[in-house]
Design a protein around this ligand. Structure first.
Ligand SMILES: [Zn+2]
Length: 118
């Protein structure tokens, strides 16, 4: 059974379902509840992506590649002039979130919300 994170009522079918990131977790909403939710609490870029749409799938597939390419070029440029340790740590964390987090969010969306609604 899948419940809407906003109104708490049961989501009956895939057609009513929107999955999205809230913080570091994936939640399911009714389509209308999600629209309402975004209007009341404007969202950061990644949070406003609907994971269970084609666009969401594409973002989740491309994000790790783009993240890896940028991470690699940052690594190359940092060989020449080494940035402060703190900045390096922040970069690593950001890339880990993009590279690991987006496919993970996609997996959670499928496993916990889309599959039970079958
Ligand atoms: Zn709802």
């Amino acid at each position: 059974m899948v419940e809407c994170h906003r109104c708490g009522k049961v989501i009956a079918s895939k057609n009513e379902l929107t999955t999205a990131l809230q913080g570091l977790k994936v939640w399911g909403y009714h389509n209308e509840c999600y629209v309402e939710h975004l209007r009341k609490e404007p969202s950061l870029l990644f949070r406003s992506i609907r994971l269970n749409t084609h666009a969401g799938k594409i973002v989740c597939i491309l994000a790790p590649f783009v993240g890896a390419i940028i991470a690699f070029s940052v690594m190359l440029s940092s060989l020449q002039s080494r940035p402060p340790l703190l900045i390096m740590i922040v970069w690593v964390v950001v890339f880990l979130i993009v590279i690991v987090g987006m496919p993970y969010a996609r997996y959670r969306s499928y496993h916990h919300f889309e599959k039970p609604l079958g």
